[in-house]
Design a protein around this ligand. Structure first.
Ligand code: NAG
Ligand code: NAG
Ligand code: NAG
Length: 290
């Protein structure tokens, strides 16, 4: 089943609000809020078949692999001095979440000796490994021409699942440059892999956004051997504001999305909250800033 089908179900229901935890910081500054909003818009553009200028940036390259159905783009933002890799993941959610389900395999995307004991989701890694050489080459050309630019990896849903893979691969090749902002990502690998991601990308540049009771971040569970990386930033309410966004405790904070969404809800359990991030409506393709 394709994403289009999910969108067409048109999950219109009440907006709803969830009580924010009291022990966590509630609010982010305007810089971070605008970074997150921009990342959501870029991730939204990754779903559009035609997007010449994603959120005002210059699109340079289409990332595509037919076998694993990997899709995304490389773009350059000369105002922010940033090179962007935005991933759509796959259009076939059922392939990934149902067929491949919870199969963990050894991590091989960078030198495997660097990440001993790391096990990752087979489907996500296959998708990333199908394009990693191409992405590194295209980003490398840009880094060479614009050595003062930073790098951003982003994506929503399965594109979000590819974000830590993207971030680690790019950081290993272009040290000190990468920021990772994933949205609505399922868990991607075992605790050793998560430690590796967190050791590779500094915490000030590693973000995982969740919304309300989105079930996708809980589809692959800790009981199945998976873990989430830090730092989760959870939106208990819509619209999301600087003042109501919650900075969670690390990657597995039971008072954030995890405590409000169902485990193993699976494909049919995908809910309306999955399509609303940073006030961007992922179910509305005409809203994309392309
Ligand atoms: C998510 O929250 C909304 C709004 O409160 C509610 O209607 C819906 O049933 C919840 N869905 C799941 C899967 O928990
Ligand atoms: C905004 O918050 C982030 C995270 O706490 C921090 O790293 C950054 O320096 C802050 N930026 C400004 C301009 O205050
Ligand atoms: C989709 O987005 C467009 C552009 O922002 C807007 O005009 C339209 O009302 C939206 N449609 C829905 C169903 O929200």
């Amino acid at each position: 089943m394709k994403y289009a089908t999910v969108f067409s179900v048109s999950l219109l229901s009440s907006v709803g609000a969830f009580p924010g935890p009291t022990h966590n910081k509630r609010s982010v500054n305007s810089t971070l809020f605008s970074e997150f909003t921009r990342a959501a818009k870029l991730a939204h553009c990754a779903y559009q078949p035609i997007c010449v200028s994603p959120v005002g940036t210059t699109r340079l390259h289409t990332i595509y692999n037919i076998i694993f159905d990997t899709n995304g783009f490389v773009a350059r933002d000369d105002t922010k001095k940033q090179i962007i890799v935005a991933m759509r993941g796959t259009s076939s959610l059922s392939d990934i979440l149902v067929d491949l389900d919870n199969t963990l395999v050894p991590y091989t995307s960078t030198s495997s000796t660097e990440c001993s004991g790391c096990m990752v989701h087979r489907g996500f890694q296959n998708q990333w490994n199908a394009v990693v050489a191409d992405v590194i080459e295209k980003v490398g050309e840009q880094v060479k021409a614009h050595s003062d630019y930073t790098l951003l990896c982003t994506g929503h849903s399965l594109g979000g699942a590819l974000t830590p893979f993207c971030a680690v691969s790019l950081e290993k090749n272009f040290p000190g440059k990468v920021t990772a902002i994933s949205l609505a990502s399922p868990r991607t690998g075992n605790p050793a892999w998560i430690s590796f991601v967190e050791a590779t990308i500094p915490s000030a540049k590693l973000f995982r956004l969740t919304n309300q009771n989105d079930t996708v971040p809980n589809d692959l569970t800790e009981a199945e051997g998976f873990k989430h990386h830090a730092t989760e930033h959870w939106s208990p309410e819509r619209p999301v504001t600087e003042g109501n966004m919650v900075v969670c405790n690390g990657g597995e904070d039971a008072s954030c999305n995890k405590g409000h969404s169902k485990e193993n809800a699976g494909f049919l359990g995908i809910n309306e909250a999955h399509f609303h991030y940073m006030n961007v409506d992922f179910a509305n393709s005409t809203a994309a800033e392309c």
